[in-house]
Design a protein around this ligand. Structure first.
Ligand SMILES: [Zn+2]
Length: 330
């Protein structure tokens, strides 16, 4: 699973591909050891141990965006003295403990409480390891999503903007009808950088960044042209993730589980269906496509994923996070 010895990467970069529910890790060695994204909360200890074993004390954790598979190790690393940097809109929402933080409650994905020490704006220069990186604001998958560009080595860390096989899903209910076009514009901006190495949040390093961008741009255009398709795509990804972090859900509980989710209700509204109809249709189409499977009475996600200890899911949603102000050094 590790491409740490990938010959395209300079010696001061350690890359680790991870299966769901964790995003990939990017470790930058040098005077200011830094980690890009921190995995899912259920694997926070493993993430922190791995990062420290390879780079010593991690001075800075940079989040490409606040989804649970990218920020789950923040709390533990921050408790160990790491600072957290994230896109300015996300930093502001985290500081005020906005109930929408991380879309944790909306998506029913746990995130341990953290604070953001360094809000990042577009074009900000950031010292990571021993190299200077530029923050590239890339709203779409989330409003605060960012990419990181290293111009000398032409490395581009893209979070969930694209992977070797797909583009990030967009939330039309939460972020408005123009969000797919916003994501497409962000993707074009990244493609224009013409990176030598593309470092995605999920999946392998693309063998050919140009080809990966061409595929992703076509896919992003389809999400613009077909809003219903974009809603379906998001719903499938969110439900598969819910199954992964819970070691599946009993088949008899799956529909009631879905009816109680705000993302499902929102999607049903956009698709002109009742939540009940959409839930049944979602399960049916995902079973038929093979995206989910029924095993011993439980629905499971078919994609490869690492088991999660159920106890680690018991963290409060952001509306119940302890106030951040006392912890912040202004
Ligand atoms: Zn994401």
């Amino acid at each position: 699973m590790s491409a740490a010895d990938d010959e395209r990467l300079p010696a001061w970069v350690t890359w680790r591909q991870r299966a769901f529910p964790d995003a990939n890790l990017l470790l930058l060695h040098g005077g200011r050891p830094a980690l890009v994204d921190s995995g899912f909360v259920g694997h926070a200890e493993e993430t922190a141990e791995w990062a420290q074993a390879h780079a010593g004390h991690i001075e800075l954790v940079v989040n490409t965006h606040w989804h649970s598979d990218h920020v789950g190790g923040n709390a533990l690393l921050q408790a160990g003295g790491s600072a957290i940097a994230a896109g300015a809109p996300e930093a502001a929402a985290v500081a005020r403990r906005d109930p929408g933080c991380c879309s944790a409650e909306h998506l029913d994905q746990p995130v341990a409480p953290y604070t953001v020490d360094e809000p990042l704006h577009d074009d900000r220069l950031l010292r990571l390891g021993d190299a200077d990186w530029t923050v590239v604001s890339t709203p779409g998958h989330t409003p605060g999503h960012l990419a990181l560009w290293q111009p000398e080595e032409r490395l581009l860390a893209v979070g969930d903007a694209l992977s070797d096989y797909d583009v990030g899903w967009v939330d039309l209910a939460l972020d408005g009808p123009d969000v797919a076009a916003t994501a497409l514009a962000s993707l074009q901006r990244l493609a224009d950088l013409a990176p030598r190495v593309l470092l995605p949040g999920h999946g392998p390093l693309p063998a050919d960044p140009g080809a990966a961008f061409a595929t992703a741009l076509r896919r992003a255009q389809r999400l613009v042209d077909d809003p219903d398709g974009a809603v379906w795509y998001g719903a499938r990804r969110i439900f598969a993730y819910a199954l992964m972090i819970r070691d599946g859900i009993p088949a008899t509980d799956a529909e009631p589980y879905l009816h109680a989710r705000s993302w499902l209700t929102d999607a049903a509204g956009l698709l002109r269906r009742t939540p009940e109809t959409l839930a049944a249709e979602l399960i049916d189409t995902m079973l038929r496509s093979g995206a989910i499977v029924l095993r011993a009475g439980r629905l499971h996600a078919a994609a490869e994923h690492t088991p999660v200890d159920a106890a680690t899911l018991r963290v409060p949603f952001p509306r119940a996070w302890p106030n951040s102000y006392s912890q912040q050094s202004e």
